[in-house]
Design a protein. Structure first.
Length: 191
């Protein structure tokens, strides 16, 4: 079946990465993939994002939908024809959208489980929590964000913040909006 071309906008993205014992990560992967290790640990994460203006590419923005979504990710590697290749394996996707739940795996790749999201967003704070069948994601809050450089490649951040790295992209603030973790309070929420 030919999949329809879709158009959407990433309105917000919070990526929380954490370290995981390699043997635990390996049990979650299909044959042929192995965890990519960083300082002896596998790297897993949850990408919490809001998509807006989701619609067939030929349709006007006015008919587009908005949805809260989550993808559980594991950094992986495999042996390719030219050596070791790397990528991300997504064992689970969840969404608040009934349409995404129905269409995932049918109209676009990846089945989506149904989830309930709690999101509070203000100019200086973002709080995201969600629950889905069989699991509850710990609530996360980001406070005191400022415009800052991309966080990739900054080795001190992993040690300083328990190997947790977050990126918060906000459409209304313009492209490239990111959390500067050195000045932000990123922690599991107590609320």
């Amino acid at each position: 079946m030919r999949q329809p071309r879709l158009s959407s906008v990433v309105e917000r993205r919070l990526l929380v990465n954490y370290r995981l014992a390699p043997e635990v990560a390996a049990r979650l992967l299909p044959d042929g993939l192995r965890p990519q290790l960083v300082r002896g640990y596998a790297v897993a994460g949850i990408c919490l994002l809001r998509l807006g203006d989701v619609r067939p590419s030929w349709a006007p923005k006015a008919v587009g939908l908005r949805s809260e979504n989550a993808a559980h990710r594991i950094a992986v590697e495999w042996d390719g024809p030219d050596g070791v290749e790397t990528g991300v394996y997504i064992p689970r996707r969840d969404t608040a959208s009934l349409l995404n739940t129905w269409a995932g795996g049918r109209l676009f790749p990846g089945e989506h489980g149904r989830a309930h999201f709690e999101v509070r967003e203000t100019p200086g704070e973002l709080h995201v929590a969600y629950a889905a069948r069989g699991m509850t994601c710990p609530p996360w809050s980001v406070r005191g964000w400022t415009r800052g450089p991309s966080l990739s490649g900054r080795s001190d951040l992993g040690a300083r913040h328990g190997f947790i790295v977050a990126r918060w992209l906000r459409r209304r603030e313009g492209p490239g909006q990111r959390v500067d973790i050195s000045r932000a309070d990123l922690s599991p929420s107590q609320t």
